[in-house]
Ligand binder design. Structure first.
Ligand code: NDP
Length: 501
């Protein structure tokens, strides 16, 4: 069937059965306390259903199941080909259920159906396929020794991994962590964000269908302070991988230091620059990249390039073209394939973003598009795409992560001034540079203190390239690429024979 209209997607939505329980040891179960929380569609403010609110007792049960599964070796010590087959079957099932999952994700998060179809229907299955394929192609090492000894360096799954997820790319962030963790042979306990628990619960069901043994993948929906903290402090969780705010990332370091010193992989906030050097033509490609770098996913993106540095002499040309593109953005019903920007994830988050816009106005920046206020005819938690002129380095909106659809233009006189302001942030996740000059491109790429530098387009890289941040944007752990597997593995030396030493 060729699906292309909002009505088609609404028909799928009407037929959806939303998961509502935790997934522990291969089964859907209620929270032990019986507690539940309301799950809201942020584009309509309607309640989609109620979901089990797990707390530390449920986390204990999930960890016990994960540990049992790990110790049996049914997954952790299974033949690489067997684990690969399961992940490939999961990838196939995810593709088969792509439209169902994409609509569920859109309803749960307010994201556009177009983005959900791309992420859930295409990128997510590709993650399970890519890491599945990697399993039987990953080798250990043999260290150089004299001929009386053999020194092997092997990798082993670390054990039980706690994965704590954000709401901005619910199933994609699950896949970023789950696929390498499962490929490494770990058992996992996943806590989705309270705003977006649905699709990862459905994925757990599909993983069981694909043949993943009971207990290997457990999902505990619930709140950060309860379920999230219980994961962070658990004595029998061997590693945590977290994506979310820098404040909560810091809490996970504290939890680890106050419990079992588990390693913590952190992917956190950003305040990423988009730098236009004076030789770059301000053409359609540049303008479209500038707008999507700041506003894609409603700006709810850790690598959003909100700070846009433009040569003073070319600021008017840049702003005119950006404003024309922003004016044409279609904001509204996420289930309409023509929609380019959906809702903010929650009423709280809408308030937070509007608060930043008010702070920008209060500190003297000038709104030239959008600004505060609801959008007529829309009941959900929308924010107009907003563009600020007269932003100066040091203003709140140029310093703190807004995580909303806000683009700020900061003029500069010399390229080194742009480099200095762009680098002067507590964050270091991402940067984009537009220039035709290869020497300048390399200079900026080398000097910008961040995990990804993208030249002449806005890109976070892809499945094959590591993603993570410098400074308060991340730890040394990386998601994606072969590097991600390292988060979930121990390295062991096996030394055989040789002279006594
Ligand atoms: P959080 O950092 O609060 O949430 C991320 C995850 O951590 C969620 O699963 C959350 O659970 C959990 N969590 C929250 N509090 C605790 C806690 N005390 N102990 C253990 N786990 C906890 O992000 P928010 O949703 O509150 O968003 C706030 C800001 O964070 C955004 O505006 C944005 O700036 C940034 N952010 C960055 C993301 C990124 O991709 N780097 C993603 C999301 C947010 P629960 O959902 O139940 O609170």
């Amino acid at each position: 069937m060729d699906i292309a209209t909002p009505t088609d997607y609404r028909t799928i939505a009407a037929g959806l059965v939303f998961p509502s329980e935790a997934f522990i040891d291969g089964h859907f179960v209620a929270a032990r306390s019986g507690a539940r929380f309301a799950n809201v569609n942020p584009a309509t403010a309607a309640i989609l259903g109620e979901v089990a609110a797990c707390d530390s007792e449920d986390v204990d049960a999930a960890v016990a199941a994960a540990r049992r599964a790990f110790d049996t070796g049914a997954w952790s010590r299974a033949a690489p080909e067997a684990r690969k087959d399961v992940l490939l079957r999961l990838a196939a099932l995810l593709r088969e259920h792509a439209e169902e999952l994409a609509v569920m994700e859109s309803l749960d998060s307010g994201k556009t159906i177009t983005d959900c179809l791309n992420e859930v229907g295409h990128e997510v299955p590709n993650f399970f396929q890519w890491y599945g394929e990697l399993i039987d192609k990953s080798f250990g090492k043999v260290a150089p020794t004299d001929e009386s000894a053999l020194a092997l360096i092997v990798h082993e799954p670390v054990g039980v991994a706690g994965l704590v997820l954000p709401w901005n790319f619910p199933l994609l962030m699950a896949a970023w962590k789950l696929a390498p963790a499962l490929a490494a042979g770990c058992s996992v306990v996943v806590k989705p964000a309270e705003q977006t628990p649905l699709t990862v619960l459905r994925l757990a069901e599909l993983a069981a269908q694909a043949g993943l043994p009971d207990g290997v993948l457990n999902v505990v929906p619930g709140f950060g302070e309860t379920a999230g903290q219980a994961i962070g402090r658990h004595q029998d969780i061997d590693v945590v991988s977290f994506t979310g705010s820098t404040e909560v990332g810091a809490l996970f370091l504290k939890y680890a230091s106050e419990s079992n010193l588990k390693p913590v992989g952190l992917e956190m906030g950003g305040k990423s620059p988009f730098i236009v050097l004076d030789d770059a033509p301000i053409d359609d490609a540049l303008v479209s990249n500038a707008v999507s770098a700041a506003l894609w996913n409603g700006g709810q993106n850790c690598s959003a390039n909100m700070r846009q540095f433009v040569p003073r002499a070319r600021k008017d040309e840049f702003l005119d073209k950006v404003l024309a593109r922003v004016a044409s953005l279609k904001v509204g019903d996420p289930l309409d394939p023509a929609t380019e920007m959906g809702a903010m994830v929650s009423a709280d988050h809408q308030r937070r973003v509007l608060g930043f816009i008010d702070a920008g106005i209060g500190e003297g920046a000038r709104v030239v598009a959008g600004g505060s206020g609801a959008i007529e005819g829309l009941d959900g938690y929308f924010v107009r795409p907003t563009v600020f002129d007269d932003v100066t380095h040091g203003m709140t909106i140029a310093t703190e992560e807004i995580f909303g659809p806000v683009l700020g233009v900061i003029p500069f006189s010399k390229p080194e001034e742009a480099l200095r302001m762009a680098s002067d942030s507590v964050y270091g996740l991402h940067a984009t540079v537009f220039t035709r000059d290869i020497d300048r491109a390399l200079h900026f790429a080398r000097r910008l203190p961040c995990g990804t530098v993208s030249i002449n387009r806005f890109s976070e890289g892809d499945i094959k390239t590591p993603f993570g941040g410098y400074k308060r944007s991340g730890s040394l752990a990386r998601d994606n690429g072969t590097e991600a597997i390292a988060q979930y593995q121990q390295t062991k030396t096996i030394w055989i024979g040789g002279p006594e030493g």
